[in-house]
Design a binder for this molecule. Structure first.
Ligand code: 4AD
Ligand code: MG
Length: 437
């Protein structure tokens, strides 16, 4: 039996002075004559060890000195406060047990030097161990937990939606087709929304939270082909209700990240003042106003056109917090949007454009609740009516005004973390030119 108690690096501060062991991996090794400084990681944090030649058996010193990067080790010793060390604690190493030594002739491929993006993403299964990627995924976890907590404590029931679907929700051009036995083709879901509309009529307020797919041939810093989306849906709700929930969700999520992920934000050198500015109420403008602002800033946009990524970035420059843009032309929006009764050419939809050029983070609005109008829209969009029979049923049996939205988790993570590119926000990104590892 070892006298050393197994602890995590994150809890090292609570065990100062006690004999403890840390089971982890060698992150880096710095040597300076008769002292070596192994940097250890265990998934919970990074801890610097100190091993002085004169104070340990010779074998311990030699083992550690020759240890290779990312070898798995159990290190024993005592921790003490050290202001200059990462995490504020250091371990005086007494012994080392090597679990697996990475051989010299096949060294760990990711070294502290600079590697190109392609190389790092080819080695994504290892890349995830690095400090920066670790921080991003910790913040992702925080965001997902905040999203769930927000909905769970505001009367929403989680009802997840299928991934194999018979029809398009967000336009037929971005569907991934799947062979489904001898059946006709099915598609990977673009959004759980249509099913949410059914569950909202059963539960009042629901949300689904799962992977969604878009065969978008756009190679941008904002697009993945597989991304996670959280989608709330509410019965007896209008566009203003949708905006209120969207705003509350973003404010709540940002607060949680600021509160619980300071270390990770610091690792990413995130300017937290930008996140601190994300408070309600968010500015609310119409599509008409947004077009005028954009034209004033030199954009080519004309009334009737959809905003491109560059327009969204331009628009966000005007505000220090997210901006809500509503009433887009129905022409550029999906078939299910309720038209504005006072101006039928515009849709009761809203896009939330994140600050700092992170683009559209939320899209949603009020759905058509009238049977005849919905049927007409399905026909105008050349969607197969037989696949939408069940959806039309929702307008036959107790139809009510209702609405909801979708927030892309990866865009939220990129924004909170201040990342250049969305590929870092998910453990194994799927993009136009990447399906591996
Ligand atoms: O605006 P979108 O297409 O809306 C819907 O799918 C609705 N059916 C949602 C609803 O009302 N229930 O997508 C919603 C959000 C976007 O604002 C964006 O954050 C994210 O999903 N998104 C993507 N994220 C990463 N990569 C992509 N290719 C994305 N496409 C959309
Ligand atoms: Mg959208």
């Amino acid at each position: 039996m070892s006298d050393y108690r197994r602890i995590t690096i994150a809890s090292a501060g609570a065990h100062a002075g006690e004999p403890v062991e840390i089971a982890g991996w060698l992150y880096n090794l710095r040597k300076s004559g008769k002292i070596i400084f192994p940097l250890l990681r265990d998934g919970s944090g990074i801890l610097q060890g100190v091993c002085v030649k004169s104070q340990v058996p010779e074998q311990v010193f030699e083992d550690l000195k020759n240890l290779t990067q990312e070898s798995s080790v159990i290190v024993r010793g005592k921790c003490r406060a050290e202001q200059r060390a990462p995490g504020g604690f250091e371990m005086d190493v007494e012994s080392v047990q090597i679990v697996q030594r990475v051989p010299e002739d096949t060294p760990y491929p990711i070294t502290p030097k600079d590697h190109g993006t392609e190389f790092l993403f080819d080695h994504r299964h290892l890349h995830l161990r690095s400090r920066r990627q670790h921080a991003v995924l910790k913040i992702r976890h925080e965001i997902i937990k905040a999203i769930r907590d927000y909905f769970d404590s505001n009367g929403f029931t989680l009802v997840d939606c299928p991934i194999f679907t018979p029809a398009a929700c967000e336009g037929t051009t971005t569907l991934f087709e799947v062979n489904y036995f001898d059946e006709e083709k099915v598609y990977l879901t673009q959004s759980g929304q249509l099913y949410n509309e059914a569950t909202a009529m059963a539960f009042g307020k629901t949300y689904c939270f799962g992977p969604t797919f878009r065969a978008e041939k756009s190679k941008t810093r904002r697009h993945l082909t597989e991304f996670w989306m959280v989608e709330p849906e509410m019965a007896y709700a209008d566009l203003e209700d949708v905006k209120r929930v969207a705003e509350e969700l973003i404010v709540f999520m940002t607060g949680r990240v600021l509160e619980n992920r300071q270390t990770e934000l610091a690792t990413l050198e995130r300017d937290v003042s930008k996140l601190e500015a994300i408070k309600g109420p968010f500015p609310r403008i119409s599509y008409d106003d947004a077009v005028k602002i954009l034209q004033g800033k030199g954009s080519e946009i004309q009334w009737g056109g959809d905003f491109g990524g560059a327009d969204e970035t331009l628009l966000s420059e005007e505000f220090d917090r997210p901006v809500m843009v509503d009433r887009y032309p129905s022409e550029v929006k999906a078939f299910y949007f309720q038209p504005d009764p006072n101006r039928p050419e515009v849709a009761l939809g809203v896009d939330v454009i994140a600050s700092e050029g992170y683009g559209e983070i939320i899209g949603g609005g009020q759905r058509i609740h009238d049977y005849d109008l919905l049927l007409r829209r399905i026909q105008e969009h050349h969607l197969p009516p037989e696949a939408f029979n069940w959806y039309l049923d929702l307008r036959r049996f107790g139809s009510v005004p209702h609405g909801g939205f979708g927030m892309g988790v990866e865009r939220a993570v990129a924004w909170m973390c201040g990342l250049e590119h969305i590929r870092e926000t998910i453990a194994f990104p799927r993009m136009l030119y990447r399906t591996r590892p």
